[in-house]
Ligand binder design. Structure first.
Ligand code: HEM
Ligand code: HEM
Length: 156
């Protein structure tokens, strides 16, 4: 397929995905912080508990979580499209495979939301465990991602 996109736009579009993903990595760490606060609410009593509930960590977490769900998925697809546009193919390497695993994991962990909202403890624990995995893989992507950027820049 031959799409008539100016060369400079093609080349510079390669920076959209890395910049977006760094922002999302920071947001994922923030989501973890909010999630841990939700967990903390169950183990405290009295005034501390009232204050924690007033800070609406569950709502804030759900909002950040929803944004992450959407943008991590879009971000991965954008990367594949841009890679294809610049190289006429997609590279079947670890960054691609782990990227697709991350998307699958985030979708799965988000699908547990209705159960968690009904109070299911196993759903909360599975959600927590999956997302710790996501955070680990995401950090790994950041490292391999920077290597890919170095490659792209060295060819510019
Ligand atoms: C990507 C990083 C994420 C991390 C690190 C994370 C982490 C956590 C943690 C630690 C909890 C507390 C579990 C407990 O109550 O014991 C939690 C709860 C929850 N998470 Fe996430 N989560 C993430 C993404 C998401 C996403 C994408 C969604 C949905 C769109 C979501 C929806 C929820 C809901 C509905 C709860 C239950 C809140 C409540 O009990 O009121 N999370 N999360
Ligand atoms: C800070 C973290 C990350 C950096 C710096 C980064 C960087 C890059 C770069 C430079 C490319 C080449 C194509 C392009 O520039 O558009 C790429 C491709 C790609 N990235 Fe990332 N990335 C990161 C995180 C992620 C994450 C979290 C995912 C999945 C959710 C992901 C999925 C992909 C996919 C599917 C491709 C296309 C296939 C490939 O070229 O291997 N990346 N990434």
């Amino acid at each position: 397929m031959n799409i008539a996109i100016p060369e400079s736009i093609k080349v510079w579009s390669q920076f959209i995905h890395p910049v977006l993903m760094w922002v999302l990595l920071a947001m994922t760490i923030y989501a973890l912080y909010l999630g841990l606060k939700i967990r903390q609410i169950r183990s405290v009593e009295g005034e501390t508990k009232k204050k924690l509930i007033k800070d609406r960590y569950n709502i804030r977490h759900y909002q950040i979580g929803s944004i992450l769900l959407a943008l991590i998925t879009i971000g991965a697809f954008v990367a594949m499209a841009v890679t294809y546009l610049n190289n006429g193919k997609i590279f079947f390497g670890s960054h691609l495979i782990i990227g697709l695993i991350i998307v699958s994991l985030v979708v799965t962990s988000a699908s547990l939301s209705p159960l968690m909202q009904k109070g299911s403890m196993w759903a909360r624990n599975v959600h927590f465990a999956i997302n710790i995995g996501v955070l680990g893989l995401f950090s790994w992507q950041a490292i391999t991602g920077v290597r890919i950027i170095q490659n792209i820049v060295s060819k510019m």
